[in-house]
Design a protein around this ligand. Sequence first.
Ligand SMILES: *Cc1c(COP(=O)(O)O)cnc(C)c1O
Length: 358
Amino acid sequence: MTTLDDLPIRDDLRGKKPYGAPQKPVRVALNVNENTHPVPETVAQDIVDRVAQAVRTVNRYPDREFTVLREKLAAYLGHGITREQIWAANGSNEVLQQFMQAFGGPGRTVLGFPPTYSMHSIIAEGTGTHWVTAPRDADFELSPETVERGIRATKPDIVFLCSPNNPTGTPVSLDTIEAAYSAFDGMLLVDEAYAEFAPTGSPTALTLLEGRPRLAVSRTLSKAFAFAGARVGYLAADPAVTDALRLVRLPYHLSALTQAAAGAALDHADLMLAMVDDIKAQRDRIVAELPKLGYRPYRSWSNFVLFGGVADPHDVFLRLLADDILIRDLGIPGHLRVSAGTEAETTAFLEALARIEA
Ligand SMILES: *Cc1c(COP(=O)(O)O)cnc(C)c1O
């Protein structure tokens, strides 16, 4: 049988593993930080209507500039952001890939601070960008000094900060983001995939865009918006950055159906985000309950919780799976990550965990 090792694959891809969060049909899936609440029925109906309308003209290519969608995304973000500053693609992963294609590539480096989102290094590898790392502070925090030190030590072309960070849940302060921006003359990307789960009124890197053309802030409809299956992510940056992304995007990369569905979802942003407060309450409940079971959760501004104090993470992962509950074993010694689900799902997780010896 032929394996990929037998093929003349790029040398720098030899021996690599693809992204691999398990996809298993389970009763309680709390492993990839999805919003476990479905899209509200009234919104679903409107999305279906708009997609049905778009189907009638799919003989034509879609609007290559997805102008209406960019307008809606700009309006949703606020902070005086205009349509010219918005870029979107099939999930923020594609946005990050285009960003790396335009500003990274062979001979260039991107710096990340692990543990962080696993796709950041995988997208780096795929685009031939060298992934370099620097350490965090205690409890996975990131001070301005620590970020500056990491940048000075590695001299990267791109820096990726994830705030709140996946898989730790920890936010990155605006002071740290400003310090990173000033510490080098490359491109800084702040991945704010979970921004909507932060405490109300929390700072966002969007407020730093003015006067900082080398800064980009990425967001997604996959998490708070309960739209993971539709594949829509976006970023806000100086209009010159979106011009750079136009050089590498495939023409018509956002289908007419995606544009129609996302537009409808954004028109109902209030309803789509209605469950965010419930999810935050379940997250806070997990953080409050885990210490009673002998575990050590980290502070989280997202819809998941990383917790330490797990003697054998893989064993706990398997025992929960035997209970039809799927959480995430990221390979961080002594740690596991769980997404906040509905109240019933969260209860199922906490009760099953309580039955397992810490
Ligand atoms: C889930 C996640 C994303 C979202 O990716 P999409 O491609 O938009 O679904 C982006 N960044 C981080 C850190 C994530 O955890």
